[in-house]
Write a protein that binds this ligand. Structure first.
Ligand code: SF4
Ligand code: SF4
Length: 241
């Protein structure tokens, strides 16, 4: 219905499925029927995705966005014909760039996994409205994208500090926290979308969730060592409470 609905993940999925080019057609800018101006979101997403493609060695010209009204059939035909020729000239995805197919597959899978994180970190820019096409190339820079991937944030629960209060597991939006009563909680890094909620909700008195930037996460504590042995309180301590 709206080009703004075309998620970064859809484009990456198309490339992962072997498409040699992706075209997104949107209504003319500033002629959106709604107040949302979703076509600007689509434009920003394309500008970001093109930089990501460059980062992994793909030619960004394989992704195109154009804006036109439904009455502009001739323009649509011209744009598609030109894009079709461009994609043919670039050749099959990856082969045209000289990237090994398996390497490309794993790079695309890695990036796709990071889509929620990328959208969260670049939220502000993805919602911006650049009026001047000359500014498009400056919205996302190469250095910024290189940094985005070299400084990816991960979250880790320190087994020495976790008190199994379960607050993080209850709030995790993707059920990525392995949780049980009186058991040290563990983040399943494969499921984690790096939203940072666990970091925010872990009570300050425990401060068990740590943020790790651009470095590997320590391996999870073995299951047999997750039980928390609580010290029973002395009568004096209980009286104070
Ligand atoms: S960062 Fe978000 S997704 Fe990951 S474990 Fe914490 S709450 Fe869940
Ligand atoms: S919120 Fe903190 S203390 Fe509570 S279970 Fe999660 S990591 Fe452990």
């Amino acid at each position: 219905m709206c080009s703004g609905r075309v998620d970064l993940e859809f484009v990456l999925r198309a490339f992962s499925n072997g498409m040699d080019g992706v075209f997104i057609g949107g209504c003319r800018l500033n002629e959106c029927n709604y107040i949302t101006h979703g076509n600007y979101h689509a434009l920003n997403m394309v500008l970001l995705c093109r930089k990501i493609m460059e980062h992994i060695g793909l030619n960004p010209e394989r992704l195109k966005i154009a804006f036109m009204s439904s009455a502009e059939g001739i323009l649509f035909a011209e744009v598609m014909s030109e894009f079709g020729s461009k994609v043919k000239e670039l050749g099959p995805l990856g082969k045209g760039e000289g990237i090994d197919q398996n390497e490309l597959k794993s790079k695309l899978a890695e990036i796709t996994k990071l889509v929620p994180y990328i959208k969260l970190v670049k939220n502000e820019k993805l919602a911006s409205r650049l009026e001047n096409p000359e500014e498009y190339d400056k919205l996302f820079t190469k250095d910024e994208i290189d940094k985005l991937f070299s400084e990816v944030i991960s979250y880790y629960i320190d087994p020495q500090k976790c008190q199994a209060c379960m607050a993080c597991a209850k709030r995790c939006p993707v059920e990525a926290i392995i949780s049980a009563k009186n058991q040290v909680h563990v983040i399943d890094q494969e499921k984690c979308i790096k939203c940072g909620t666990c970091f925010e909700v872990c009570p300050p008195k425990f401060h068990a969730v740590t943020k790790i930037t651009g470095a590997p996460v320590p391996p999870p504590i073995p299951e047999e060592k997750r039980t928390i042995v609580r010290k029973s309180k002395s009568k004096g301590e209980r009286d104070k409470e």
